[in-house]
Design a protein around this ligand. Sequence first.
Ligand code: SF4
Length: 180
Amino acid sequence: MNTEHLIETAKSVGFDDAGALDVSKLEFLQEVRDMCAADKCHNYGRSWSCPPAAPSLEEMRDKVKNYSQGLLVQTVGHLEDSLDFEEMMAAAARHAERFDKLWDALKAEYPDLYPMGSGGCQKCGPGNCAYPDAPCRFPEKLAYSMEACGLVVSRVATDNDMKYNHGKDTICYTAAFLLD
Ligand code: SF4
């Protein structure tokens, strides 16, 4: 698919914005992994999708060498105010649904695509990840978050001419697909 077709496909599953991702600009940083270890999101050591289960920075740097094309996608939620947790959760759910749909739409043409999501995987429900006692229940749908991979999401967006901050009382979820 050319870039235009990729963007159209992303918009057709509902994403609010989509654009080409320049794979050569991705930087996998220890400081981001260190922020994960601070466990502010309560996913560190509790999910197969997050550190320390996520690939190492070296593995990520090696992995991107296999990809020449990428796609960045966003879901934007418009909040009534900064405490509008209902819309924050609803936007996250919309984003997760769109992410799965786009993954399905792209995998026929890109069977080796590498998806990177937003935040820890919530497929089994909050606090119900099988980690570390049992294998992931849906390994074919396991995506590491961009942060878990060591990426500064705001920087990835701006490096690729996409907005990260969509204005007052908005929330933005960003995900990426590496395509060979
Ligand atoms: S699919 Fe379930 S077991 Fe696998 S990472 Fe997600 S929450 Fe954990």
